[in-house]
Design a protein around this ligand. Structure first.
Ligand SMILES: *[C@@H]1O[C@H](CO)[C@@H](O)[C@H](O)[C@H]1NC(C)=O
Length: 473
């Protein structure tokens, strides 16, 4: 046990995997006062009633004296050492006159209820109460998450989902961590397993961990409606409420959208924002959710043709009225400034934000190797685009009477726009590929969609650095 703990910091240092732990909040413990209809734990001369048809496992931590107890048909006590029941009247000082107390029913608590989970980046953080905030879809365990049920506790959770199985990376139950599905499915067939988990889907622990430092998509969008059915949205009083990806409700605050490169590390960026900004007294009240979200690119704004990913940073402040979202907007501006100064070292290409106050802005990370690569890619895309036009022209697919002037325009324009130093980019061997491209069959065939796709992605790459209109002209 100790060795695993000692190893953890090293694993984190080498950044082996991005881990998020999600802990189930409710329990069915005997000693939890909220589990009893009278709001207090029964004692002394109390009569205890478990609903006859209720199926439940109940964790008992200590010894109890009671007047009597009626048990359910299907149930189980999990007794900690020293725990137990004895029957006798009124030996318990400080205990009331004796009432009949009923244990609540727990069949309705759902796995896909985002309010019933807490998240943290380590088990330690879960214990310390250092929690992470997430949008609704990601408050529920994601595929690559480790699921934790508190050590000394019993529970009952309905794992019904839209698919036959609900899959996560691991599940920890009563001090036992299951990472192999054969062990876990064996546990699930036991009486205890069936009391703890019920519902139409079966829980599995066969998902791999997230090995992508830039983050992994949560994978809960298939159960979005199920998740949102458990959420009640509150009334908002900001000018332009925002809807974060993966969230069930509009929010007042700000959303920063980040375009990242392969050197980006979501976990360390989350920590950076935490230490640099959220730790400041003025930003104390802000809730931040940072995650990788899918973005669908649409042809002419309608037809989806490609999905890429962004990092979405949702910032919520607790202010109301005219102050609502103002603090979040200020933080969004600070984050964009940080991107401008340090983005290139953080693997961030560009970022933009939208705030519920109506404000928005964007920034490109300072010049770096990554940016130069971005520019080269942008030029490559442009040259490819022109090559496609030339090929199409030669095949007679496109009529373009004044092609020579087009290539002159291209040359002049690029030299004007980019100035001297970028010019040597044309010596880059990568450009030889653009001459090879037309020989790849199919890629530039009669499918006109391909041409348009490339055009679009060309503009997409170039856009952050240049004025888009230069290329549309
Ligand atoms: C008792 O149960 C409630 C709700 O299920 C939970 O929030 C709380 O943490 C539990 N209390 C203890 C002491 O575990």
């Amino acid at each position: 046990m100790a060795t695993t703990r000692d190893l953890l910091p090293f694993l984190c240092m080498f950044g082996s995997a991005l881990a998020v732990y999600k802990q189930w909040i409710p329990d069915t413990n005997f000693e939890n006062a909220t589990n009893w209809d009278k709001g207090s734990v029964p004692c002394g001369s109390d009569q205890v009633v478990f609903p006859a048809q209720g199926k439940v496992a109940v964790y008992v931590e200590t010894a109890h004296t009671l007047a009597g107890m009626s048990l359910p048909v299907d149930g189980e006590f999990i007794l900690a050492s020293g725990a137990g029941f004895s029957v006798g009247e009124g030996q318990d000082p400080g205990c009331g006159a004796g009432v009949t107390t009923q244990f609540k029913e727990f069949d309705s608590l759902k796995w896909f209820d985002p309010a019933l989970w807490k998240a943290a980046s380590s088990v330690d953080d879960l214990q310390k109460g250092s929690y992470l905030f997430f949008v609704h879809e990601e408050s529920v365990p994601c595929h690559q998450d480790d699921v934790v049920f508190r050590d000394a506790s019993s529970f009952r959770v309905d794992v019904s989902g839209n698919q036959n199985t609900v899959s996560v990376k691991s599940v920890s139950v009563l001090r036992q961590k299951f990472s192999s599905n054969s062990d876990f499915s064996q546990f699930m067939t036991s009486t205890l397993g069936k009391l703890l988990f019920h519902g139409s889907s079966s829980l599995r622990v066969d998902e791999p961990s997230c090995k992508d430092h830039t983050g992994c998509e949560c994978g809960n969008s298939g159960n979005r409606e199920r998740i949102c059915a458990n959420v009640e949205c509150s009334h908002l009083d900001c000018k332009k409420p925002l809807r974060p990806v993966g969230h069930c409700c509009d929010v007042c605050g700000a959303i920063v959208t980040i375009q990242f490169s392969t050197s980006f590390n979501l976990d360390s960026y989350r920590q950076r924002l935490q230490h640099l900004f959220l730790a400041l007294p003025k930003y104390k009240s802000i809730q931040m959710a940072a995650s990788k979200v899918p973005k669908t690119h649409r042809l002419l704004g309608v037809i989806p043709y490609e999905t890429s990913h962004d990092i979405q940073v949702v910032l919520l402040d607790q202010n109301t009225g005219s102050e609502s979202g103002v603090l979040a907007e200020a933080l969004a501006r600070d984050i964009l400034k940080d991107v401008q100064d340090q983005g290139s070292h953080l693997g961030i290409d560009s970022a933009d934000f939208h705030a519920s106050s109506g404000a928005s802005g964007s920034d490109v990370a300072g010049m770096s190797g990554g940016d130069v690569a971005g520019i080269v890619l942008g030029i490559l895309a442009l040259v490819t685009f022109l090559a496609v036009i030339v090929i199409a022209y030669h095949r007679g697919l496109v009529r373009m009477p004044r092609l020579p002037s087009l290539s002159r325009w291209k040359k002049d324009n690029e030299i004007d726009e980019l100035g001297g130093p970028i010019d040597h980019g044309f010596d880059n061997p990568m450009f030889e590929k653009s001459q090879a491209l037309p020989e790849i069959p199919g890629l530039y065939g009669t499918d006109s969609l391909n041409g348009i796709t490339l055009t679009h992605s060309g503009v997409h790459f170039v856009n952050p650095v240049y004025d888009e209109t230069d290329f549309n002209a």
